[in-house]
Write a protein that binds this ligand. Sequence first.
Ligand code: BJ8
Length: 373
Amino acid sequence: MDELKSIKKLDEIFSKRKDQLYREKDEGKKVFGRFCVFVPTEIICAADAIPVGLCGGKESTIPSAEEDLPRNICPLIKSSYGFKKDKACPYFEASDVIVGETTCDGKKKMFEHMAELSEMYVMHLPHFKDERSYELWLKEVYDFKDYVEKFTGNNITEEKLKEAIDEENEERMLSHKLYELRSQIPTPITGKDALKIFQRSFLLDIKDRLAILKEVISELEERVKNGEGYTGKRILVAGCPMVAGNTKIVDIIEEVGGLVVGEETCTGTRKFDNLVNGYTIDDLAERYFKINCASAFKNDSRIERIKELVKEQNADGVVYYTLQYCHTFNVEGALIEKELKNLGIPIIKIETDYSESDKEQIKTRLEAFVEMI
Ligand code: BJ8
């Protein structure tokens, strides 16, 4: 099947993004680097600043990070720190401030090291999903707003906040539409292309993100209308984020005859599930509090969402993907595995890093899984 024109356009726009970002910086806009999908980007945009996603998905910067950090923490943490330390990423370098958050221990403590290399602001994320934790989170979101206003020197007006919320909500709705199209049989887009769209959405300007998503959707609608698309064993990937530079698991799944039809990850549904229902800071806090991160204690809503997604995306099975040493997702994965097996939903757990060393072994396991389902 021919390459999607909209994906070519995405490549084109992305190749110009760095220059566009530095131009906007020269014009006086502040850049906020962020790691986690909990950071409310609407607040940043409403202050006329620019949010960019910073997570590291490449192995190349890990050796340098391991000079300062222990080896036995997850590759996402090490790669991210290495990018900053080695000045190896233009988006890290463009960031006037890096916004961290207290999710897992490794990331939280890494930020103490990163604070020696950059201006940092760390959001306190509660680990319970109860009323008391929500009150704390709400205060955190208000404090973040104050910080952003002070740092940028710009007031966040009601009008600006509304505009930012509308734009992000529109992206969320379009992302859901894209998932609806992926649920079709045959599926009009590969998992590889879908992942590219989501990975790049962390770096592009919101206007470009919306334009690209609209183009992708209209091309996919055409394919669905004509009954065109990809077939294969339909896989939902659930687990750790697959951030820019890391396409390992999706590549292998599709190499062995699987087809990724959805991702329950922060480069998938955790990024766009739930709209902001209103135009206040409280409304924003409420939406972000619902994100199903494995760093939460008693995360039943995540298990429910995975079960829903298996149905919604017409998946034949689940590949539960954990980065090495990611205890939160790994431990929660054992609960999810038990639950899905009880329901007769095929699941395989894969724990890996960013290296190529275990590729053949993973390939063999996934080949057998795909054949079996
Ligand atoms: S909302 S998943 S982006 S914290 S993979 S660094 S958890 S040891 S990235 Fe995440 Fe926000 Fe949660 Fe999403 Fe730690 Fe695990 Fe590494 Fe992780």
